[in-house]
Design a binder for this molecule. Structure first.
Ligand SMILES: [Fe+2]
Ligand SMILES: [Fe+2]
Length: 231
């Protein structure tokens, strides 16, 4: 039994969006994901896939991409990324009933791994693309969703947490944020995030131990498409 994480598969079996326009490392990236996933992740393992699953705009356009993920070994838990248009946060229960045991969708709920609660939400950081007011609104909504996830797990008696975000936990230049403070407040042992692509963005946020919390960047290109073992 092991816990793995990787994010940003950016699949497009139906909408056919080439990824190698983003750099040579993305050439045949789906083949690399398949190869390394099969090498590392066993059927008895749990893996959290931290968002940006598919370029499809709706469930129909994402179906094949989600089937690809479902076909990989292990118990798969999915988090929402900024590109996951198929996933309305308010309709997460519907996705969970649709995919049953094949895929698990983490939003306003939690899953477990041994005696850990796996909590998370998309998160948000400031990337200079929106007004500060809009940034604060989205960030606060995401902090609320994260708190719901922590609180549900706490109410069920869980005291050990692994926290997952799609966006990095801090905006560039920040030394703390509402997300890092919440991780510290609940005593999360690990914070796992992705979203950052290309060398220029790999150091946007924390790596390693900061204030007692271990931070992992797990964007697929950063990991060279090899899932990272968290526990
Ligand atoms: Fe991404
Ligand atoms: Fe993203």
């Amino acid at each position: 039994m092991a816990l793995y994480a990787m994010g940003d598969f950016h699949l497009s079996f139906t909408v056919h969006k080439p990824m190698d326009i983003f750099g040579s490392e993305w050439k045949n990236h789906v083949k690399k994901i398949e190869k390394y996933w099969n090498k590392y992740v066993k059927e008895t393992d749990t893996a959290v896939i931290t968002g940006d699953h598919s370029w499809g705009h709706n469930l129909e356009e994402c179906r094949e991409d989600l089937e690809f993920i479902a076909s990989l070994p292990g118990r798969k838990i999915l988090l929402r990324g900024n590109h996951d248009m198929f996933w309305d946060a308010k309709k997460t229960a519907k996705l969970n009933s649709l995919y049953g045991e094949r895929l698990h969708f983490l939003q306003n709920n939690y899953f477990t791994y041994e005696d850990y609660a796996l909590v998370g939400t998309k998160g948000y950081c400031y990337e200079g693309k929106d007004t500060w007011e809009h940034f604060e609104k989205i960030r606060d909504r995401e902090l609320g969703r994260l708190k719901t996830s922590f609180e549900e797990a706490s109410a069920a008696g869980y005291e050990k947490f692994i926290m997952f975000l799609h966006y990095p936990p801090t905006s560039i230049g920040e030394t703390e944020s509402g997300f890092t403070k919440m991780a510290e407040e609940y005593g999360a042992e690990h914070v796992v995030y992705s979203h950052c692509h290309g060398k220029a963005r790999y150091d946007d946020s924390f790596h390693g131990m900061v204030n007692g919390v271990y931070y992992h960047l797990v964007s697929s290109d950063y990991l060279r498409f090899r899932p990272e073992r968290i526990l």
